[in-house]
Structures are given as C-alpha cells and as structure tokens.
Design a protein around this ligand. Sequence first.
Ligand code: GDP
Ligand code: IMO
Ligand code: MG
Length: 439
Amino acid sequence: MPGLCVIGLQWGDEAKGKLVDWLAEGHDLIVRYQGGANAGHTVVVGDEVYKLHLIPSGIVHPGILNLVSAGVVIHPKTMLGEMDSLLERGVNIADRLKFSGRAHCVMPWHIKEDEIWNKVNSGDDNIGTTMRGIGPCYRDKVGRSFAIRMSDLLQPELEQQIRRITKYKIKSLAPFCDDGQVDLDAAKITEEYLGYAERLRPYIADTTRILLDAVDQDKGILFEGAQGSLLDVDFGTYPFVTSSNSSGVGVSSGTGVPGNWIGKTIGVAKCYSTRVGGGPFPTELHDETGEHIRVQGNEFGTTTGRPRRCGWFDAVAVRYTCRLSGADSICLTMLDVLSQLSEIHVCVAYELDGQRIEHFPENVSDIRRIKPIYETLPGWEQDITTARKLEDLPVNARAYAARLSELCQRPIEFISVGPDRVQTIVLNPDESLLDSSVV
Ligand code: GDP
Ligand code: IMO
Ligand code: MG
C-alpha cells in the first residue's frame, strides 16, 4: 500500500489537520516529518477540538501508530504538555506515539535566538516567525557543532554537551542582550532536560527503522505535512519561509522513506489565501472584504493567535505548488467562508514590470512587484455548512470550485464546508470538477 501524503499548497493553515484526521482510518501509521511546534493543526470531532503542534493529527484514532520522524525539531516541554493534555482528555498515547532519536531538540537558546533575530530584523525584513526556535534549531542542525538530538538526551555526555554549547551561545549572544547578560544557565538547563529525558525515554525510537519495516510489510502510511509549500525553505517565498522543506519534496528527507514508495499526494488549499507573519502576498486584501474573510473564517493563528492576513485565491501560486508537491488531487477547504459575497475574485496571472506572466517568480523582489490579474466569478448567498454532497452546493459554489480546479489543473477530491469531520464532501472520480459538465 504505497504511502499517502497530505501537503499544504499555500502559506500554511489550509486545514491539513482536518484532512489527516479524515483520512486516518485504514492507515497503520501517521507521520509528521518536518517543522516543529510552529505548526498548529486542528481536529474537530463534535464538541471536541484538538489543537496539535507536534503530535500527528491521527492521535485521536485508536489503533494507529503516530510517529514524529527525523526531520522534525522537537521542543520537549511542548511535546510533554501536548501529551499530558491528551492524556487528561482520555486519549491513550502509550504505545501509539514514538519520536525519532535523530530528531533535533529545540533548546532554550534557540527560542532566545529567535527573539533576538526578530528584534534585529525589523520592518519589511521581519520574517515574523512563530518564536518557537525553529530557524535557530535547524541552523544548528545543519551547522553540526552545536546541535543536540533526541537520542543525545539519553546519553551520559549530555551534561558536558550542554555546558560546552551554553558557553558558546552566551559569548555569541551577549552583544545583542541588555548589559551583555545572557540568561542561560548550563546547570539549570541540564537538570531541566534530564527531567524531560526521563519522561520521554519510552517514546524515543528509531522511527526510520519502524517506517522501513512498515514499507517492507506493505503497511498503510499517511504522511502529514506541516506549514505549506510556499513556506518551503528552498522553493517558497524565500527568505519569508520556514526553515524546512514544507512542500512535497521534504517527505523523503524527513522520514528516510524512499520517494518511489510515495503513492499519492493530496494537496490542501483554502478557497482563498491567508498568510501569517511577514513576506510578500500578491492577492492580499486590505479592505473590508479581507476583514470579512478573517472574521468568517476565524483566521487567527492556531499557534500564536496572530490575525492571519487574508486575500483572494492565487491560482498561479497554487498551480505552481501542485506541480512542486506532486499533488494528484486537491482538497478545497473553507468554502463556507465565502458564502454571502456577491463577487469572488481569483488571480489567474500576474503583471510584472508591464509584462503578463503565468508563473510564480523565484525572487522575493519580483514577487513584491507583481500585480495580480483577476477574473471575477459570481458568489452565492446560501449557508453551505450542511452540504454533504456535490449537488447540495449552490451552482455558483460548484462553478467556483470547478474554475479553481481548471486553473490549477488538478481534480478536486474533497470540499470542506466547516471544521467538523462530518462537514466534508467527497467527490467521486466521475464528479471531477475538471470536467465542467458536472457543474
Ligand atoms: P492546519 O494548520 O492546516 O491544520 O490548519 P489550522 O488548524 O491551523 O487552521 C484551519 C482552521 O480552520 C481550524 O480552526 C479548523 O478547525 C478550521 N476549518 C477546517 N476546515 C474548515 C472549513 O471547511 N470551514 C471552516 N469554516 N473552518 C474550517
Ligand atoms: P501549519 O502547520 C502558518 C510561518 C510563520 C512565519 C514563517 C517562519 O499550522 O500550517 P517559523 O516559526 O517557522 O520560523 O516562521 O512561517 N509559519 C506558519 N504559518 N501555518 C504554519 O504551520 C506555520 N509555521 C510557520 O508565521 O511567517
Ligand atoms: Mg495551522
């Protein structure tokens, strides 16, 4: 059973958590493979709302093994907090959760560095990170000299390792701190992390081996992407990106599972666009329609609570990310949020320095200068949150979804009309909106 991937096609928060939970049944393993506690994935089952940052969104399904693999950066305190909160709510995690010993540990100095660089890079240069220490931890991972991995927490050298790194971090961060005082104490950090190690020991495992065994045994694996393809460190709106490969290209490097074993990818896209933090956003709305979408869609960050910037659907960007991430189909989310708009705009091309272009530029300066070229479609009045089949949707809503499908050159497989599991329309292959005759 070749692996199935769920990947965000925009700048994150596309409702990947909801789709992963929906698809979980029938899989043996669910894997988070990049990013860290910068992610905030929401699963809604009736009155129960689960906000997950590090633990895969399949955790509420009994009988599935949830893995946090080598490509993730783990903040042990956040992980323990999340585990405790699930246990309190009666979700059994024992034997159903494992993290890779190869995954890197987010340490107190990483959070401090995130804060410092956020202050140093102000204005238009500010990335507006989630302050979870993600960039600094990945930087140390690639740099190798000052990194600590989850399996290191269990080794006798940990104290010595923390002492050596703290010494270096204090020296390098002092010029950026008030009075040159860096609040990092090696003894305290060691004690704190030894405490985490004791509790996390039963969960640390060689997830690569578990996954490769699962491949050999033809088990069902679901890969859960975090962030979105436009935040990919190599292929996104660099430098306004996260520090990992958050598009489809990261699945193999983050897990150790060979690319030729990945069978299918579902790309998740909102039917409009949002972005949190800094960076270019060609279709951003600064008017009451943007505010309307923010309020209707409750567009406030799951991790930081920041208001998300909102704008029209950018079909040039999503066509690019569908190709980049290898999306076989699209899960179109938040369609209910656009109800009550008389007109909906879709960006179908850009104008760059007087020229029409139909590709997503690679340089941030070009992306800042592009002007979207819009096509306008009629909206619909009706509340669609109770729609469960394609034909329950008003004709204009179907026509809108069909046009997005056509512009992105991918069939739509799911349409989400609300946060709950049940608010999901599954399209049969013969309903593919790429064929506009069904509309
Ligand atoms: P993720 O990071 O991609 O998992 O997405 P988030 O959980 O950060 O943000 C998606 C938000 O939208 C969550 O609060 C979901 O409960 C909610 N949501 C998911 N699908 C829909 C939908 O179709 N309509 C509406 N109105 N909300 C949705
Ligand atoms: P999920 O998985 C939306 C954004 C931050 C910032 C940039 C870099 O819930 O979709 P970082 O802390 O990673 O160094 O921040 O990336 N960002 C996200 N935006 N959803 C996310 O995750 C994000 N994770 C990071 O806002 O602009
Ligand atoms: Mg999110």
